[in-house]
Design a protein around this ligand. Structure first.
Ligand code: PNW
Length: 463
């Protein structure tokens, strides 16, 4: 048995728009994802999150499933437009009541709630009235929303995550246009990223000044990153792999740990990259009590051919704008998930060790890791998901090795708890430990649910 440290947190994660449904019920206002998912052609087969897993009505059943799974924490996000239907102003008490019930029931079941304040579902009113994440004033809207969350829920919350994967909002929301609000631009991603970093810093500032001393929780941010392995041992390829990390992870992490964007980004992007004011810099530095990491895959990174022409398709890599100047490829021997993402367990080990060394051994939580597997539209196939069991076994083995090598990894949350609305893929990509019948929202635990349950209960991996 490979045991994990005492008090290791074992959990699973979800996001409001992906599971809640009840999109127009009990006072919830629309978000940019409601608007986007209803535009024909944006989402696979025209799916939307209108109903999703209907978690809003089935949260009791879902918490019972979490309890049986044996997790000691559960990460979910709060739908901003359920709390503030117009994004600001009047609070919707029914929305507050829903999260109160959810949080209380989790705690009654000895499951620690981990709350993500923003998992991409910006209130539509803020998009229309002020151009959403493009407006620098949005940072104050985030802070005001966060203050309401702390005031209403913070007496029971010990772990807050300000933002989930700002990289996705910037590049997929405003670069490629694959995500809401569907903007395609070569300049907007840098402005959006900048505003989100400021929003993060403002939220943390509110928590620390107004709540932390009485509520005694911690607050941080979750970023996503692949690992990038140099294609060859050459100095150029090694520099390219570092650059890929800078453009994915460093973009959002260096400002928090060092107060400014990575040098490689400043060199290559020049004046398109905004600069922080001294005040913002001061708020950003040290603004994450822990390092939240979502990790899904690994690529090979190389210095591009001298022509400088690169494919922009590798969007999960160091950006889609090509400015990183990295050629990203896959090793043909790597197996892939149903998303076409490479399964490379040691990549997580390398990434955890790299983060640990580079940022001074922060406490790290893997707040998402998981896979969609092919054929799972068929329930029989999905319930016997040996591929996913293998995936988790190997990625958790990699976590264990990273801990042995000195990384201060304190928790692991699988993505996701159950099949859900998988953004532009709708219901067609299934990441869950639990299979969901989207006709009637019935739940069926997969083999991986039972396997993961053993890991949680043993606090370790059986050999
Ligand atoms: C994460 N990429 O999204 C999100 O936090 C989840 O909401 C999502 O369901 C999960 O991963 C699985 O996709 C990502 O293209 C979406 O690089 C896209 C990318 C990365 C993460």
């Amino acid at each position: 048995m490979r045991k994990f440290p005492l008090n290791f947190l074992w959990g699973t994660a979800t996001a409001a728009y992906q599971i809640e449904g009840a999109a127009r019920l009990e006072g919830r206002g629309p978000s940019i994802w409601d608007a986007f998912s209803h535009i024909p052609g944006k989402i696979h087969d025209g799916h939307t999150g209108d109903v999703a897993c209907d978690h809003y009505h089935r949260y009791e059943e879902d918490i019972a499933l979490l309890k049986d799974m044996g997790v000691n924490c559960y990460r979910f996000s709060i739908s901003w437009s359920r709390i503030l239907p117009q994004g600001r102003g009047q609070v919707n008490e029914k929305g507050v009541a829903f999260y109160n019930k959810l949080i209380d029931l989790l705690i009654e079941n000895d499951i620690e709630p981990w709350v993500t304040i923003y998992h991409w579902d910006l209130p539509l009113a803020l998009q229309i009235e002020m151009d959403g994440l493009m407006n620098p004033a949005i940072a104050t809207c985030f802070a005001d929303f966060a203050r309401i969350c702390f005031a209403r829920f913070g007496d029971r919350i010990r772990h807050w995550i300000t933002l989930n994967e700002p990289w996705c909002c910037a590049l997929l929301g405003h670069g490629s246009g694959d995500f809401a609000p569907g903007r395609e631009s070569e300049t907007e991603p840098y402005l959006v990223a900048h505003n989100l970093l400021r929003a993060h810093a403002y939220m943390v500032d509110v928590y620390r000044r107004e709540f932390q001393s009485t509520q005694r929780g911690v607050i941080g941010i979750t970023n996503n990153s692949n690992w990038y392995r140099p294609l060859t041992d050459s100095e150029e390829d090694r520099a390219a792999s570092e650059r890929a990390l800078d453009f994915t992870l460093g973009w959002f992490v260096e400002p928090i740990y060092c107060g400014c964007y990575p040098q490689t980004m400043r060199d290559r992007i020049g004046s398109k990259l905004p600069e922080f004011t001294e005040d913002d810099r001061a708020l950003l530095r040290g603004s994450s009590d822990f390092f939240g990491l979502n990790h899904y895959s690994t690529n090979l990174a190389a210095e591009p051919p001298s022509s400088g022409i690169m494919e922009k398709k590798a969007r999960i890599g160091g950006g889609i704008m090509g400015e990183h100047g990295v050629d990203l490829t896959d090793d043909p021997s790597w197996k892939q998930t149903d998303m076409g993402w490479n399964i490379v367990p040691w990549g997580l080990r390398e990434l955890l060790c790299w983060i640990s060394t580079r940022y001074g051994h922060p406490p790290i939580y893997v707040t998402e890791n998981g896979c969609a597997m092919p054929g799972e539209g068929d329930r029989e196939v999905a319930l016997n998901d040996t591929g996913r069991v293998e995936f988790f076994k190997e990625y958790l083995g990699a976590c264990h090795e990273a801990i042995e090598r000195g990384a201060d990894l304190r928790g692991y949350m699988s993505w996701g708890m159950m099949d859900n609305f998988e953004w532009e893929y709708g219901e067609s990509k299934r990441f869950g430990l639990i299979w969901v019948d989207f006709e009637n929202q019935d739940r069926y635990p997969k083999a991986s649910y039972h396997w993961y349950s053993n890991v949680c209960k043993n606090n370790g991996l059986e050999d």
